[in-house]
Ligand binder design. Structure first.
Ligand code: GDP
Ligand code: IMO
Ligand code: MG
Length: 421
């Protein structure tokens, strides 16, 4: 396969970093095409544990080249810090990371506006990561964005920044904030540009030649399909499209070049921030606590619930997922019984995810099937046959309900804790 997309099929944090790190060994390029540093992808391998936000998770393979596409919004300070921490772990970054000059910059006012909008919405807030993602994509769409290519021209960048600060400071001040100083930002961003300039390169010739030479590309989506602005639970979504199709515009890859789409899905489900999570366990029970996690980017609590086949079936088929990479099956080893949501009822009638808006989704009643647990440590299983019968049955049930083959089962965060079926 020449071009493969790795796609989260839930509300993010499915284990995309783990899946990319496991699969990338056979690839020449890994690339990010959407989102920004709202993403937090965890990789655990022989080099250590890494929580990465912008650099593609294939960076740990020495010959891999890593592309940050035009569809990504970049906070330069975060990227510099990330590159620094990779270097400190002994990972070479020069001539291995390539940043599209078309990628937009996250500016200080984007982060301030993100917070101001959230606060104004109160209980109706999206619960963003406050990294400036939404306002940066809004500026891109309304022709107000600043890009790396602008930074290459000092006067152009200074003029554009001046115009934007004229607009943004008015909003910030009206909402009770402090105006930003253009000279300070200018100096700061010139410094970032000087540091990152060696990494900035137009990706079109790199990708076009790579495709011609039959090089292999692994494209790493950020967020999850259900955080998509159109097909997710708007307005509890993210600022850029998260669908497989985003990879084409977000990198410059023809749709026809895509051979395979792998959907990453957790054996249960989590969500961080606002918005419905129909199978959430809302009580204070040990089960509820066992399915909660700590977010890699913000340290917030990820709400947890049982596997929801209604949404994963939808997102897998909406995106044309060919195979599933099921993660965190080991977490379910602690339960006597496990529930799987097979569909929803809304006002007493069966309803699908796509029939409902985000507010109606809050009110659905999940229909559960209860299956037996296996109550055994499975973290050392490396073949499907090593798994206890009930665990195999669970995998087969998920596969049947989602109607997509599960090709990989992950039983621990480490690269090697993976079963290929
Ligand atoms: P991503 O954003 O999709 O890359 O996912 P995150 O890295 O934000 O969250 C997934 C979490 O689950 C991370 O802490 C991973 O190290 C961890 N993880 C991934 N796969 C497994 C697994 O199979 N078992 C366990 N126990 N942890 C896993
Ligand atoms: P990865 O790539 C989980 C959520 C936020 C919030 C909403 C909008 O690690 O799976 P934003 O800052 O994007 O404007 O926030 O989207 N969100 C994520 N949730 N995983 C992510 O990324 C996320 N990126 C954004 O919590 O609800
Ligand atoms: Mg994450």
């Amino acid at each position: 396969m020449s071009v493969t997309i790795i796609l989260g099929t839930q509300w993010g944090d499915e284990g995309k970093g783990k899946a990319v790190d496991y699969l990338a060994g056979n690839f020449d390029f890994t690339a990010r095409f959407n989102g920004g540093n709202n993403a937090g992808h965890t990789v655990v391998n022989e080099l250590g544990t890494f929580k990465i936000h912008l650099v593609p998770s294939g960076i740990f393979y020495p010959r891999m080249r890593c592309l940050i596409g035009n569809g990504v919004v970049i906070d330069p300070a975060v990227l510099i810090e990330e590159i620094e921490s990779l270097k400190q772990a002994g990972i070479k970054t020069e001539k291995r990371i390539f940043i599209s000059p078309r990628a937009h910059l996250i500016m200080p006012y984007h982060k301030i506006l993100d917070g101001l909008y959230e606060e104004a919405k109160g209980a109706g807030a999206t619960g963003t990561t406050r990294r400036g993602i939404g306002p940066a994509f809004a500026d891109k769409t309304s022709y107000n964005g600043l890009r790396w290519s602008d930074l290459a021209d000092e006067k152009l960048f200074a003029d554009k920044l001046q115009t934007q600060l004229g607009l943004k400071n008015k909003i910030i001040v009206a909402l009770g904030g402090q105006p930003l100083d253009s000279e300070k930002i200018l100096a700061e961003y010139r410094g970032y540009y000087a540091t990152l300039k060696p990494y900035i390169a137009e990706l079109y010739p790199i990708i076009e030649k790579g495709l011609r030479d039959k090089k292999k590309f692994l494209l790493e989506q950020a967020q999850g399909a259900l955080l998509d602005p159109d097909w997710g639970t708007y307005p509890f979504v993210t600022g850029s499209t998260t669908l497989a199709s985003a990879a084409t515009a977000g990198l410059g890859i023809p749709p026809r070049a895509i051979d395979q789409i792998i959907g990453v899905t957790k054996a249960y489900i989590t969500r961080v921030g606002g918005g419905a999570l129909p199978t959430e366990i809302k009580d204070e029970s040990a089960t509820a606590k066992a399915l909660q996690e700590v977010a890699a980017t913000t340290g917030r609590i990820r709400r947890g619930g049982w596997f929801d086949a209604e949404v994963v079936h939808f997102s897998a088929h909406l995106n044309g997922v060919d195979a599933l990479f099921l993660t965190k099956l080991d977490i379910l080893s602690q339960f006597d019984e496990i529930k799987i949501c097979t569909g929803y009822k809304f006002n007493g009638k069966r309803a699908h995810y796509y029939d409902l808006n985000a507010y109606q989704l809050e009110q659905v009643e999940p229909v559960f099937r209860t299956v037996k647990g296996w109550r055994q440590d499975i973290t050392r299983a490396r073949k499907f046959s090593d798994l206890p019968l009930q665990a195999r049955r669970y995998v087969e049930t998920v596969e049947k309900l989602v109607d997509v083959p599960i090709k990989w089962v992950s039983v621990g965060p480490e690269r090697e804790a993976t079963i290929k079926r």
